[in-house]
Ligand binder design. Structure first.
Ligand SMILES: *Cc1c(COP(=O)(O)O)cnc(C)c1O
Length: 367
C-alpha cells in the first residue's frame, strides 16, 4: 500500500481544508464532521451516518445502541480482524462463531441457524476483503428469529450486494477509516450508518458522553467522537473513492487472468450478485509460508489476513465451545496469503507480482 502516492494529487486540497479548520479552532465534531456524515450516508444509500473515532468504537456503539449486554449472544465469524469481536466483549456479551464458506471466505450462512439460541440478539456479518456477505438468506434468518443484523463493513466501503451499497443492507453498519482501508483518514476514524432515526439519535448521544444536551448525562456514554480534521480529510477523499475502487477491480481482474489455472493456487471467488471493492486480494496455497518467502526474495511483499483466528486468541476468549468446530476457519488461516493490492499500483508492478508468483510456485515444485 503506497499511501503517499495516493495522497500526492489531493494533498493540497486537503491541507487547505485543514488550515481553515485550524483557524476556526473547531477540532472535535462540528461542521466538518457533519458535512462528511451527510455525504457518507448518501454514498451508502442510507439516511444517517454517525462519525466516531474508530471502526472498533463503531461496532461497540452499534451493540450498545441495541442494548446488547451480559447474557446476550452475538453470532459472527472468527476469520476476521479482532476488531469485529472487541465490541461484543466490551458489552459483556458472548461471541458465537459461524464457520466460513471456503470459496468466498465469508460467513457460511447455512451454518447460522443452528447457532441461534434463546440468548441470541444479533448477527454481525463481516464483508471481508471487500466482498459483501450473501445477505438475502441471512436477513431472512434474522427476520424469522427477530435478530438485529449489524454489518461490519470496515473493509467494504462502496461494495454492492444486489445493486445496493453495503451500509444499507442490515439495521446498522459499521465502518473503519483506518488509513489503510479503502477510504482512510489521516489518523483513526470510523462511522456507524443506519436509516433508523431513533437509532441514529441514540448513537449520536452514546458517542458523545451520553449527552442529549451539554452536561446532561442520561445514560452511560463514551467519548468516541470524530476529530474535525478526519471529517475534513474524509470528505475530500470520499469523492475519489469510486475511482480508486475501480482501479482495484481492474487489478483483481488482471490477477485472475494471469493466475487462473496455476496448480495448487486458489484464487478469490465471489458470491453471485456481489460487487467486491477488493480491499485485499487473498489467494490460498498449501505452502503459503514457502510461497511468501519465495516472493519476498523476488521483492514482492505479502501479508497474512489473518494468520490466527479470533477464537484462538488468548485476549479474545474462545466464545462458544467452538475451539475445534471451525475447520474452514482454521484452514483459511493456515493457507491465506495477501498479494499487493492498492489503487496506485502500476501495470508494471502488477506484472512483476504475477510473474513472481508463477516463478515462485515453479521453483517450489522442484524442491
Ligand atoms: C479495520 C477493521 C475493524 C476495526 O477498525 P479500526 O478502525 O481499526 O478500529 C473491524 N473489523 C474489520 C473487519 C476491520 O478490517
Amino acid at each position: 500500500m503506497d499511501l503517499a502516492a495516493l495522497h500526492a494529487p489531493i494533498q493540497q486540497e486537503i491541507e487547505h481544508r485543514i488550515s481553515r479548520l485550524v483557524s476556526s479552532s473547531s477540532f472535535v465534531l462540528g461542521p466538518a464532521v457533519e458535512a462528511f456524515e451527510a455525504g457518507f450516508a448518501e454514498y451508502c444509500q442510507a439516511r444517517y451516518a454517525v462519525g466516531c473515532n474508530s471502526g472498533t468504537s463503531a461496532i461497540h456503539l452499534a451493540l450498545a445502541a441495541l442494548d446488547i449486554g451480559p447474557g446476550d449472544e452475538v453470532i459472527t465469524v472468527s476469520h476476521t480482524f479482532v476488531g469485529t469481536v472487541w465490541g461484543i466483549l466490551y458489552c459483556g456479551a458472548t461471541p458465537v462463531y459461524a464457520d466460513i464458506d471456503p470459496r468466498t471466505m465469508n460467513m457460511d450462512i447455512s451454518r447460522v441457524e443452528a447457532l441461534i439460541t434463546d440468548r441470541t440478539r444479533a448477527i454481525i456479518p463481516v464483508h471481508l476483503y471487500g466482498q459483501p456477505v450473501n445477505m438475502a438468506p441471512l436477513l431472512s434468518i434474522a427476520a424469522k428469529h427477530g435478530l438485529y443484523v449489524i454489518e461490519d463493513a470496515a473493509q467494504a466501503h462502496g461494495a454492492r450486494y444486489q445493486e445496493r451499497r453495503v451500509g444499507s443492507l442490515g439495521h446498522i453498519a459499521c465502518f473503519s477509516f483506518y488509513p489503510g482501508k479503502n477510504l482512510g483518514a489521516w489518523g483513526e476514524a470510523g462511522a456507524v450508518v443506519t436509516s433508523d432515526p431513533q437509532l441514529a439519535g441514540r448513537l449520536r448521544r452514546l458517542r458523545d458522553h451520553g449527552q442529549p444536551k451539554r452536561y446532561c448525562h442520561d445514560e452511560r456514554g463514551y467519548n468516541y467522537r470524530m476529530d474535525a480534521i478526519q471529517g475534513a480529510v474524509l470528505a475530500v477523499k470520499l469523492r475519489y473513492l469510486d475511482g480508486w475502487n475501480a482501479r482495484r477491480a481492474e487489478l483483481a481482474r488482471v490477477y485472475r487472468e494471469a493466475l487462473a489455472g496455476v496448480p495448487g493456487l486458489q484464487l478469490p471467488e465471489y458470491c453471485a450478485g456481489t460487487e467486491s471493492v477488493h480491499h485485499l486480494y487473498v489467494i490460498r496455497h498449501e505452502r503459503r509460508d514457502d510461497l511468501g518467502a519465495a516472493l519476498a526474495t523476488r521483492g514482492v511483499s505479502t501479508g497474512l489476513h489473518y494468520p490466527q483466528p479470533v477464537h484462538r486468541q488468548a485476549g479474545a476468549g474462545t466464545g462458544n465451545d467452538c475451539i475445534d468446530d471451525l475447520p474452514e476457519t482454521d484452514a483459511a488461516a493456515a493457507s491465506c496469503l495477501s498479494l499487493p493490492m492498492f489503487p496506485t499500483m502500476t501495470d508494471r508492478q502488477l506484472r512483476q507480482v504475477t510473474e513472481a508468483v508463477v516463478a515462485s510456485l515453479d521453483a517450489l515444485q522442484r524442491v
